[in-house]
Unconditional design. Structure first.
Length: 583
């Protein structure tokens, strides 16, 4: 099946309640397709028979989450059985090339049948502008190609592989198993997208004014630096103008080809921060940082409101890291700022938001995959804190010394976290030192001392690199694959870093996603899952149901991890409040 509505689903965005349903295409065999037009879709008898047909059939679609959402106001509660977009992603997760038209041309040899509609619909335009005889033909070709891709991809996923399953304690997961997991997730994520999360519009307005005032003050400060440095010849500068920034830097004897973030970061490390050029570059970077936060997470949220809610669109196929992505707005990568997260609130008085977070999920996955007994000894003891134990071992001090409130104690904890997560994902000491502004010699010393505390993890990382160099796929416990097609001396380090982060990140994310799949139906009538953020779930419920929802979250999330491994226990922290920023 495939629907056509008044937007282009791959590039535009609107809530399904606002869709103009133009037609529904159906295919039931190779070369057999029909289209139900918009006038027929208004007929009660047609809708009744189509409802019965869809509910008794196994539904196949390409990016079917969009179609289910569009059909929800007419036919609520439909579920997908096969998704050709997710099937292609399961077969080849590399980014790009998952679109229906691309696959129809490349895999089926179909003509570029969307050429005919382009004259009526500029990119992001309204499909309602297309003459109906052309639109219906286009819709019929969509479902016909989707059927053919279904037959092709189902056969490819069922074909035997030579991959060696690396988890003898777990049932072997085929590519079809992995596809079916993604479809199950898609069937539940559609409800998160339809429901959205409420936004405090008054607070958003207040936050917007605060950001604009702050940005204006920062711009005045930059202009004062420029005015002083040029002796009044340049009294004002627009920090958003690369041309003006280049011209000012040139007056200070600095010629740059670009004013992008990497160039400015490089300059800030070399320039004296007490001189005008250094002060300007540092201030410009801070201005861009705040301006991006404002444009993306304050102004951008306001622009995407519908009924005082925002409705993010989750992308199961959006990244090669194995984590969920989201867009319009992107809430997967929203900053950990209380002020910004406070915009997102419970939808009515008496309700609260409850967040359940896996505690150090990626670290626990690393401990299991590496069979690291030292890390395991920490995780199995609920009284021990991971970073306390690692820090005391690294700095040869007591846990109490790490919590004595001194600047040194705080610095040691920050460094311990930096080394654990950095080394876990393949970073070298100089990269960690640069990000955390550590002295290079101290970072090098502590880095190698830290490696000595986790030798089994280091050995496991070595085996991952060897596997990649042998041209073998990485396979997650869920059956997810990651392929690296070309490794050169120039990209080898980046490939290694991506490979080392892939299994911990994807496995932790998929454990959380598997909990969501089971939890959302169980919460029906009790609460609504509003968000999933990598290894956390956010639920809205009545404050009177705090205890029952918290227990359900803990129980199901711990059990989701236990289904994958019992080598280390997984813990879940629960917090609650009236806004996301309170959690």
């Amino acid at each position: 099946m495939d629907i056509e509505v008044g937007i282009e689903k791959d590039t535009a965005f609107d809530h399904p309640n606002m869709y103009q349903m133009l037609c529904v295409g159906l295919a039931w065999d190779r070369g057999q397709a029909m289209v139900i037009g918009e006038e027929a879709m208004k007929n009660a008898q047609v809708k009744g028979r189509l409802d019965r047909l869809l509910r008794r059939s196994r539904l196949i679609a390409h990016n079917g989450k969009f179609d289910l959402a569009g059909l929800y106001p007419i036919f609520p509660g439909l579920e997908l059985w096969f998704d050709t977009m997710l099937a292609h992603y399961a077969l080849d997760e590399r980014s790009g090339g998952h679109g229906l038209k691309v696959l129809a041309v490349e895999r089926l040899g179909a003509p570029a049948y969307d050429d005919e509609i382009k004259q009526y619909v500029p990119r992001g335009g309204n499909y309602a502008s297309i003459p109906r005889e052309i639109l219906y033909k286009y819709n019929a070709l969509d479902v016909a190609c989707t059927w053919n891709l279904f037959e092709l991809f189902a056969a490819e996923m069922d074909a035997p592989t030579t991959d060696e399953w690396p988890y003898p304690e777990l049932p072997v997961k085929s590519l079809r198993d992995w596809h079916d997991f993604l479809v199950a997730a898609s069937n539940q994520l559609v409800y998160l997208e339809l429901n959205g999360i409420a936004v405090d519009v008054q607070y958003n307005t207040k936050l917007s004014l605060e950001y604009m005032k702050k940005l204006n003050e920062m711009e005045d400060g930059l202009s004062e630096i420029v005015k002083f440095a040029t002796r009044g010849e340049t009294p004002f500068i627009n920090p958003r103008s690369p041309k003006q920034v280049k011209e000012f830097l040139l007056t200070q004897g600095i010629k740059v080809a670009s004013t992008d973030k990497d160039v400015l970061n490089g300059l800030s490390e070399r320039l004296d921060p007490t001189l005008p050029a250094g002060m300007f570059v540092t201030g410009l970077l801070e201005h861009r940082f705040e301006a991006k936060r404002y444009g993306t997470f304050v102004k951008g949220i306001r622009q995407r409101l519908y009924g005082n809610r925002v409705f993010t669109n989750y992308l199961l196929h959006g990244t090669t890291s194995g984590r969920l992505a989201s867009r319009n707005p992107n809430l997967q990568n929203i900053v950990r700022s209380q002020a910004i997260r406070r915009q997102f609130v419970a939808s009515k008085p008496g309700n609260i938001l409850i967040q359940a977070d896996y505690k150090q999920a990626e670290g626990r996955v690393i401990a299991w995959l590496a069979q690291d007994e030292y890390l395991r000894s920490i995780f199995v003891n609920p009284e021990q804190d991971l970073f306390d134990m690692l820090g005391s071992g690294l700095y040869r001090c007591s846990v109490e010394e790490l919590h004595d409130g001194s600047a040194l104690a705080k610095e040691r904890r920050v460094r311990t976290k930096a080394f654990f997560y950095g080394i876990g994902f393949g970073r070298e000491y100089y990269s960690i030192a640069k990000e955390y502004k550590l002295p290079m010699d101290e970072a090098q010393r502590d880095y190698y001392a830290f490696l000595e505390t986790i030798p089994q993890t280091v050995a496991w990382q070595g085996s991952i690199k060897e596997r990649i160099l042998e041209g073998k796929d990485l396979i997650s416990p869920f059956g997810r694959r990651r392929r690296f097609s070309l490794i050169t001396p120039q990209n080898q380090k980046d490939v290694f870093n991506e490979a080392l982060s892939y299994l911990p990140q994807s496995t932790a994310s998929d454990i959380c996603l598997s909990a969501l799949i089971r939890l959302r139906p169980k919460l029906r009538g009790i609460g609504f899952i509003r968000l999933t953020i990598h290894d956390a779930l956010v639920v809205e419920a009545s404050e009177s149901r705090l205890e029952i929802v918290s227990d359900m979250l803990r129980s199901e999330m711990v059990e989701a991890a236990r289904r994958i491994t019992t080598y280390v226990p997984f813990e879940v922290d629960v917090s609650y409040g009236h806004s996301w920023g309170d959690l």
